[in-house]
Write a protein that binds this ligand. Structure first.
Ligand SMILES: [Zn+2]
Length: 303
């Protein structure tokens, strides 16, 4: 049992050692779940995810602007159809993380994606930031989101990616209560690892994402701020490919996070096509959903 600690002082330099140790002990990386081998003797695993946020980004901000909402709708009208066609052409199954509100706005899309063999994962209610919610609200929204996705897709989600990777101090206990297989929000490794809850092994697999392997950071644009990256697709392709080459040479995991309203544009879907072609040109690459990778790592960890 935990010994109750004194109230946390406002200034971090006044925290006691038990206090800062408890803080870093939450959702801590435990043993590596990098497997000794991948299915079929593959050399590395590639798992592609698409966070289908669509209209929930402006809605989350309380922004009713039809312009921003239309940018989200683009993800459903153009992004997802292009992504589905590309994945079908390459015969790859991927993971689609849906905020419940996005799934409710686009139920036919969710059903179609699920029917094509892709995974449907939890991604908040309305893309809310968990660390800003009042106590208890995150649990309620996450449970309702899982039920909503199951009802629409026919699949009970086994994995979660917190919106904006905003994993709160309560998230791990909610995941444990729900009995999920994996989370994909935390970044302590390149390969899968087991989450520890205050030092206790949980059996929950973490599939780490990173902003390096996220399309949004390179392409997003803030209208009223001096943020106008519009990185050339070729530069992003170079970064993603270097991350893949590293995973391939180490025999590890390459996990890529994308957004239909970002990667789905004509100039960018072509980079994903070229990247997939490059990866497929390497012998022995296993393409799988996050759920398949998590289950394999859980059952075949070398450590
Ligand atoms: Zn998202």
């Amino acid at each position: 049992m935990d010994t109750p600690l004194a109230p946390l002082p406002e200034n971090p330099w006044e925290w006691s050692e038990p206090q800062w140790r408890k803080i870093v002990g939450r959702a801590r990386a435990g043993r590596s779940l990098r497997p000794a081998s991948w299915p079929g003797g593959a050399r590395c695993a590639v798992t592609l995810s698409f966070d289908a946020d669509h209209e929930t980004i402006p809605l989350r901000d309380g922004d009713q602007s039809p312009m921003r909402i239309s940018q989200g709708q683009y993800g459903s009208r153009q992004g997802v159809p292009r992504i589905r066609a590309l994945l079908a052409r390459h015969d790859i199954r991927a993971s689609f993380f849906y905020p419940a509100v996005s799934a409710l706005l686009h139920p036919e899309e969710v059903r179609g994606v699920a029917d094509e063999g892709h995974e449907i994962g939890i991604h908040s209610w309305i893309h809310e930031a968990n660390t800003k919610l009042p106590p208890g609200v995150e649990r309620d929204l996450t449970l309702r989101a899982a039920d909503t996705l199951e009802k629409i897709s026919g699949q009970r989600p086994v994995g979660i990616r917190t919106a904006s990777w905003d994993f709160s101090v309560d998230t791990l206990s909610i995941i444990r209560e729900m009995g999920l297989l994996y989370d994909s929000s935390l970044m302590a490794d390149d390969d899968a690892y087991e989450l520890l809850d205050d030092g206790e092994p949980t059996g929950i697999v973490e599939l780490p994402p990173e902003w390096i392997r996220d399309d949004a950071v390179y392409f997003n644009m803030l209208r009223f701020a001096a943020l106008r990256p519009y990185t050339p697709p070729s530069a992003v392709e170079e970064i993603f490919q270097a991350e893949f080459e590293g995973a391939y040479s180490e025999g590890g995991l390459f996990l890529l996070t994308m957004h239909p309203h970002v990667i789905g544009h004509r100039s960018r879907i072509a980079l994903l096509d070229r990247l997939i072609q490059t990866m497929k040109a390497h012998p022995d690459v296993w393409f799988a959903t996050h759920a398949e990778v998590a289950a394999w790592c859980r059952d075949n960890a070398s450590g």
